[in-house]
Design a binder for this molecule. Structure first.
Ligand code: ADP
Ligand code: MG
Length: 457
């Protein structure tokens, strides 16, 4: 890259400060955390971006604004050029990045950690507004184990990246630190190992293994529910590591407060440090994730097909990946171009989401009614008191989220209401979510309950 003698990095930094104060933090994280100043020549700054998708989006959305700011700052026109650099997906500041690079140059490459999947790294984890807090906390932990956030608990539904993140912490620390002892284990394996050690009368070995690590990563701790002896053992392990300032990270499929069958003293340990959540990705993030996966796989998939998938697969990243895998496998098999028609045909089953088909509007109504101490008929009835109207709006909202029913059909299930009433309800809930931070977790909780109910029944 031609760096020349020009250095506009200060202007760039300042321009970023302007942009940051112009747009929301989420938007900023989404589009600018991934861009780095790479160098400059006369009247031109070169930036690295992680993909052509990012380049095009940033150009479309912000280019005139950024160039205007640069003009104001420098008093002369500075244009921007972009270099697509796949490695740049790392969400670190450029300084942190060069530190990591320096360290890497000095060290011979290390064999990969036996319990960790090498594919789970921060490099290929796409950060969006749904996961940026969890991802940035994880990066901080990997850089400063035992010091930044300890313990840390990452929670969120299936397929949202818990395992990817917790393993990325392990992989990153494993490469960056020389003699660091990292244990990654699922709560299920932890439980089985513990039971086995009781049988073999080797619990001392078990205790020794887990109480002498520098980083303990336990995935899916919801599995520990009702496993009282294992909970007891983990409680003591926790205390030993905590007292020694050793890093612990846990994942869970729901907030710890909702684990009903967990001893309260262990729960209070989990709640002690940082608890961060992973939410389902927004359309933009889904799009960015698909682009990332496509870049990785080096296949050609038209923009309109990516949009189709991003629009229709809304549940989680795992489902996004399987839609993509199915498409690619098909194209490979029949040696055919992936067109919009082919994709629509092929992904019909995935789009209609069979996993959610057990969830009827009645299940949703009963779940919501239960939660608010109302009857199922209250939600279907005509009463409009606030105590009923709000839960009814929530139930309508969830019905639209979880089922394929149209607003007309949903209206019919709620005592023959008009479809505009349903639309209005959904709007109200969206609005209220913006001002009431407790609403989203409540809705997520109800969705989980409805799903559980739905799969049982
Ligand atoms: P969980 O443990 O929460 O069920 P996983 O970590 O197994 O979810 O994620 C499911 C799949 O989606 C994995 O293949 C993972 O690599 C991928 N994935 C999840 N979140 C992201 C992300 N933000 N960027 C890229 N890939 C992701
Ligand atoms: Mg997992």
């Amino acid at each position: 890259m031609d760096k020349g003698d020009w250095d506009y990095s200060v202007f760039w930094k300042e321009a970023m400060n302007h942009i940051r104060s112009d747009i929301s933090e989420q938007e900023f994280v989404m589009w600018f955390n991934n861009i780095d100043y790479a160098g400059a020549k006369e009247s031109e700054i070169t930036l690295t971006v992680p993909s052509s998708f990012y380049r095009d989006q940033v150009k479309q959305r912000y280019l005139p604004r950024i160039e205007q700011i640069l003009l104001d700052l420098a008093g002369t026109k500075i244009s921007l050029s972009f270099v697509v650099n796949q490695q740049a997906v790392v969400k670190q500041t450029s300084r942190e990045k060069s530190e990591v690079k320096k360290k890497k140059v000095e060290k011979p490459p290390k064999a990969h950690h036996p319990q960790l999947r090498a594919a789970y790294t921060f490099n290929n984890f796409v950060i969006g507004e749904n996961n940026s807090f969890a991802a940035n906390a994880s990066i901080a932990i990997a850089k400063n184990p035992g010091k930044a956030y300890n313990p840390c608990l990452i929670y969120g539904g299936v397929g949202l990246g818990k395992t990817h993140l917790i393993q990325s912490i392990g992989n990153s620390a494993h490469t960056d630190f020389d003699s660091i002892k990292i244990e990654y284990i699922t709560a299920e394996t932890f439980t089985n190992e513990f039971i086995q050690s009781i049988r073999n009368q080797s619990t001392h070995k078990f205790k020794n293994k887990y109480r002498t690590v520098d980083i303990l990563l336990i995935d899916d701790i919801h599995f520990l529910q009702n496993k009282n002896e294992t909970q007891e053992e983990l409680f003591h392990t926790f205390n030993a590591l905590y007292d020694a300032n050793k890093q612990m990270v846990f994942t869970c499929d729901r907030p710890v407060s909702e684990l009903k069958h967990l001893s309260s003293r262990l729960r209070s340990r989990f709640e002690r440090g940082l608890n961060v959540d992973l939410q389902p990705p927004s359309y933009e993030t889904r799009f960015a994730i698909l682009r990332q996966k496509i870049d990785e796989k080096e296949v050609a998939i038209p923009q309109e097909v990516i949009e189709l998938i991003a629009r229709n697969v809304t549940t989680n990243v795992r489902d996004l990946e399987s839609a993509l895998t199915k498409l690619i496998a098909y194209a490979d098999l029949v040696n055919k171009q992936i067109t919009l028609e082919v994709a629509q045909q092929l992904l019909r089953d995935i789009f209609s989401n069979p996993r959610q088909s057990n969830i009827t509007i009645e299940v949703i109504q009963r779940t919501v009614a239960d939660y608010f101490g109302l009857s199922h008929n209250d939600l279907r009835g005509r009463k409009r008191t606030n105590a009923i109207a709000f839960p009814r709006q929530i139930a309508m909202f969830i019905a639209r989220e979880l089922t394929e029913y149209s607003t007309t059909e949903v209206g019919r299930e709620f005592g023959g209401r008009d479809h505009t009433t349903v639309m209005h309800a959904c709007q109200k809930i969206e609005e209220r979510k913006r001002t009431d931070p407790t609403l989203e977790p409540t809705i997520q909780h109800l969705i989980r309950e409805a799903k559980e109910f739905g799969t049982k029944g």
